[in-house]
Design a protein around this ligand. Structure first.
Ligand SMILES: [Mg+2]
Length: 249
């Protein structure tokens, strides 16, 4: 099995999904205005370096969850389904061709993100996403509790220990990310892709592809991918395993 672990916000999607979704929830009357002041307070604390980036994102998700306490899950989902069509223009233009290229190389695509999971699930089917590890709201008896169920955005290296990705023959072919939180994923993949101009420090010897706002280098990605996967197959063969192993599973 070949897989890609891909970040969402500012990697496949311009800007932070949670803010756009919050505006939509306010418009639909599912959340109160107080959440905007809380977001602003957190942003100011982060800018003033009172809190680190990880804490800023975790607390933003907690504030979002708290603002939705008691909302019926079905209402939240209905709101997300009307949000997604309005949010689609925020996808980077070359997202679909890149994902198609990964599918062509039989690479399963997983999102690893701090964005609200319900939004990613709504996108997932259309984009051919195999699995989503993101920010989940806790639900009990059909209502949101106001708490966070889990948040994969906060500690992305955790996903590398997931049994799915530790299975024999699992090849971490690609990762895409834009931020420090994505570095463990980028450092673990055969082909790392940094989106945007961020100065991320990857492991020594790493030669990441760089995608900026537009015109992602699909031909360059395909060359790197073909080379890396071929090398991996040869290594498997030399190690005495079937060379078909990494091709067929
Ligand atoms: Mg990001």
């Amino acid at each position: 099995m070949r897989y890609a672990l891909i970040d969402w916000d500012n990697t496949l999607h311009r800007g932070y999904t949670i803010y756009g979704l919050t505006d939509h929830l306010l418009k639909e009357g599912l959340a109160g205005e107080a959440i905007l002041a809380e977001f602003e307070r957190l942003r100011e604390s982060y800018k003033a370096k009172e809190i680190a980036y990880a804490e800023y994102t975790i607390r933003t998700c907690e504030a979002f969850a708290a603002a939705l306490e008691g909302v019926p899950s079905v209402d939240y989902r209905a709101c997300v389904s009307t949000f997604v069509p309005a949010d689609e223009p925020f996808l980077f233009e070359d997202v679909i061709p890149v994902l198609e290229l990964l599918h062509r190389y039989e690479i399963e695509i997983y999102l690893v993100s701090g964005a609200p999971a319900e939004v990613l699930r709504a996108y997932g089917e259309r984009l051919g996403i195999k699995g989503i590890f993101a920010f989940e709201l806790e639900e009990r008896e059909g209502r949101l509790t106001g708490r966070v169920e889990c948040n994969y955005g906060a500690e992305k290296e955790r996903i590398l220990r997931h049994p799915l990705f530790r299975a024999p023959g699992a090849i971490h072919a690609v990762s895409m990310g834009d931020a420090v939180a994505d570095v463990p994923l980028l450092d673990n993949s055969l082909v790392p892709i940094i989106v945007g101009g961020g100065g991320l420090e990857l492991r020594a010897g790493s030669a990441p592809l760089r995608f900026f706002d537009r015109e992602w280098d699909l031909a360059g990605l395909e060359r790197r991918l073909a080379g890396a996967l071929q090398d991996r197959t040869i290594v498997s063969f030399v190690n005495g395993k079937s060379s078909l192993h990494s091709r067929s599973d």
